[in-house]
Design a binder for this molecule. Structure first.
Ligand SMILES: NC(=O)C1=CN([C@@H]2O[C@H](COP(=O)(O)OP(=O)(O)OC[C@H]3O[C@@H](n4cnc5c(N)ncnc54)[C@H](OP(=O)(O)O)[C@@H]3O)[C@@H](O)[C@H]2O)C=CC1
Ligand SMILES: O=C(CO)[C@H](O)[C@H](O)COP(=O)(O)O
Length: 631
């Protein structure tokens, strides 16, 4: 949007000279307000009769009437505009009208006027101007006593600072739109860009600004070059586009317009290895690239997400004020946003967050399975039970939304009953499984949650299996929901242990120096896996460099909890329930608390068929046995 700049101040302060010089620099037209006076006003002034307010209002209105002609290019208007009320009269909602106040004291202006109008100068008239002057409280102010070029330079810098957006955001889908509103609600005016697809995606950014009143100070673009040029240097650009090729495509279209020191933040769920690659590629071009994990869904993005940036400390310091402003706040009021580590660690941490999320969701689904399909308990009763659980140590955002889901009806019928039982996924769950396995981190619960979604999606095969076997689910009578809740909480604790253990291993593997307690803290609000357990983990993980299962406060809980978990797993599996995450959590726990395992059998088999060798318990070294030769 073009701007009309009113160069204002007392007579003789230099409004016309500077206004013309500025207009030349900005390549916009110059207008002198005096040219818009009526004949009557001109006659009064010629006769030395001072103008009154009633003379001024029609004059100011006649200037505003010119704005439609000026709005495309913008304009410089030299106008004394001494009173706040005059300046208010010159402002309109639809246009940016800004003041540039030329400030100087009486003696400076008097001297200048005396020199300029050598033959006559009336100091009383100038004094009346100073008496009328109400110093503006906003806009650009500059010292009119400086040389002309210095004043123009000062004003040009101020205009540039004033106009440039501190932050740009690309991608106005579900998350981008909400994040933009969140930034704007925190007084961070943005430049917004969405791709232009003729006939399909046109003026998306402008439309978005028109839809949400809080975006009124934002600038919308379809044109990448204009978008980039609207940003303050060094530029900071937040991407909220789909992970994968879209991120590379957007980076490629940005690069021609970026300059050294600019920064791109990727807030989508990008793969951390893609992020590491982008960090390196862009580093060579002098551009900072920061992978920023964002969690909280649409509502979190709007009201305060949990934010997990990776990258250098220097880059983080540049963007921290923006990210911390919009992030959710923890119980102490601190932002749920912190630099989690270097390189691609932000997206790795977000990926593990999603892994934990997958297993947390699946555990609730398994509770629903046991209670509804085997316990024959009604949905409303399950909702009530979950609601009770949510008041205690099993409190979590996911449990809270599950209560609402179970209560939701459509045309009098529970909505959940008609939702097709094929779970979808966009990738972070399986990426996290692959990544965990690559660094040798046991990922039992999360891998099983991913597999459960895959099996669920094979609906046709499952129906075929049902028909071929015709084995009915067995009813479990009188389920003790206190034991069930204990089993659920135990499995949750084990799932969190698995997730954080993976982060611990990744931190060592990639040398990211992840602060696990701090990660737990930024996951206590704003994100999908926020819970009471997460709040407890801040303390558990503080200065504790080991598996959560081995923490002194967790051991007594799991000594009791594993009994409940065993009870539930035995009964539910025996009754024909598929409870992959409950059973995986128990298997992991069982395996982690036994010094002896059956892996000696695996080693022997490997050596038997492949001469892979083995180590021994009774002596040092590496051994191979010729297994079929009898001793
Ligand atoms: N939804 C959620 O709960 C969460 C999502 N995320 C992640 O955030 C990212 C965005 O998600 P979300 O907002 O839900 O997705 P949407 O599909 O709602 O929005 C995607 C945005 O990306 C743009 N886009 C897609 N492809 C391209 C391309 N090739 N070039 C330029 N722009 C492109 C789209 O533009 P157009 O409108 O023109 O198609 C749109 O603005 C994803 O990585 C997602 O995984 C992270 C946390 C939570
Ligand atoms: O990142 C998220 C929340 O933290 C998203 O909601 C996530 O994309 C959901 O993943 P999926 O579609 O695979 O279930």
């Amino acid at each position: 949007m073009a701007t009309i700049y009113i160069v204002m101040g007392v007579s003789g302060v230099g409004k016309t000279t500077l206004g013309k010089a500025l207009a030349k620099r900005l390549i916009i037209p110059f207008y002198d307000a005096d040219d818009f006076h009526s004949q009557e006003n001109k006659a009064k002034m010629a006769a030395g009769i001072p103008l009154q307010d009633q003379d001024r209002w029609p004059w100011l209105d006649s200037i505003v009437a010119q704005y439609p002609l000026w709005k495309t290019k913008g304009a410089i208007l030299a106008c004394s505009a001494l009173k706040e009320s005059y300046r208010t009269r010159l402002k309109v909602d639809q246009l940016q009208v800004k003041t540039i106040y030329l400030s100087a004291n009486f003696s400076f202006v008097a001297q200048r006027l005396a020199a300029r109008k050598a033959h006559f100068f009336n100091p009383d008239l100038l004094q009346s101007q100073f008496d009328t002057l109400e110093t503006p409280k906003s806009g650009i102010v500059c010292d009119a006593t400086l040389p002309k070029e210095a004043i123009v330079k000062h004003i040009m810098n101020a205009i540039q600072r004033d106009q440039a957006s501190p932050l740009g955001l690309i991608g106005l889908g579900v998350m981008g739109k909400s994040l933009a509103r969140n930034f704007a609600n925190h007084d961070i005016p943005l430049s917004l860009y969405n791709r232009h697809v003729p006939g399909m995606e046109e003026e998306v950014a402008l439309q978005c600004i028109r839809t949400y009143p809080e975006l009124k100070d934002c600038k919308g673009f379809d044109d990448m070059e204009l978008f980039v040029n609207s940003l303050a240097l060094p530029r900071k650009i937040f991407l909220m586009v789909n992970a994968g090729p879209a991120v590379d495509a957007v980076i490629d279209s940005l690069l021609p317009y970026l300059t050294e020191g600019d920064m791109i933040m990727d807030g989508g769920n990008s793969h951390y290895l893609d992020t590491e690659r982008r960090v390196k590629d862009l580093q060579d071009k002098g551009i900072h690239f920061v992978g920023v994990g964002v969690s909280g869904g649409e509502e979190g993005a709007l009201k305060g997400p949990s934010i997990m940036p990776g990258g250098t400390t220097e880059a983080y310091h540049q963007v921290a004020p923006f990210l911390e402003a919009i992030a959710a706040k923890d119980a102490q009021g601190n932002a749920c946003c912190a630099k989690v580590g270097s390189g691609g660690s932000g997206h790795f941490v977000k990926m593990i967050h999603n892994g934990i999320e997958y297993a947390e969701m699946q555990l609730i689904a398994e509770m629903y399975d046991i209670l509804h399909f085997h316990g024959k308990i009604s949905l409303t009763e399950i909702a009530d039970r979950f609601d009770e659980w949510n008041k205690g140590e099993t409190n979590s955002y996911l449990l809270e939304i599950s209560v609402i889901i179970l209560q939701k009806t459509e045309d009098g019928q529970p909505l959940i009953d008609v939702i097709l039982d094929k779970a979808q996924q966009k990738g972070t769950g399986s990426w996290s499984t692959t990544a965990a396995l690559q660094i040798g981190a046991p990922f039992d619960t999360i891998a099983q949650a991913v597999l459960a979604r895959i099996i669920s999606s094979q609906k046709e095969q499952r129906l075929k299996g049902q028909q071929l076997y015709n084995i009915k689910r067995e009813e479990i009578k009188n389920i003790d929901t206190t034991i069930l809740q204990k089993a659920y909480q135990t499995a949750r604790m084990i799932n969190h242990a698995i997730g954080f253990e993976t982060l611990r291993k990744a931190s060592a593997h990639y040398q990211w120096d992840l602060q696990l307690s701090e990660i737990a803290r930024i996951w206590t609000n704003g994100c999908i896996i926020r819970s009471k357990t997460m709040e407890r983990l801040i303390e558990i993980l503080d200065g504790f460099d080991d598996n959560i299962l081995f923490h002194e406060s967790v051991i007594p809980q799991l000594i009791k909890g594993n009994v409940a978990l065993k009870h539930i797993v035995q009964h539910a599996l025996g009754a024909g329930a598929a409870i992959p995450v409950l059973s995986a959590s128990l298997s992991y726990f069982n395996a982690m608390i036994q010094g002896d395992s059956s892996a000696n059998m695996i080693q022997a088999q490997r050596d038997f068929f492949g001469a892979h060798t083995y180590e021994r318990k009774d002596k040092e070294g590496v051994f191979h046995t010729d297994w079929e030769v009898s001793q």
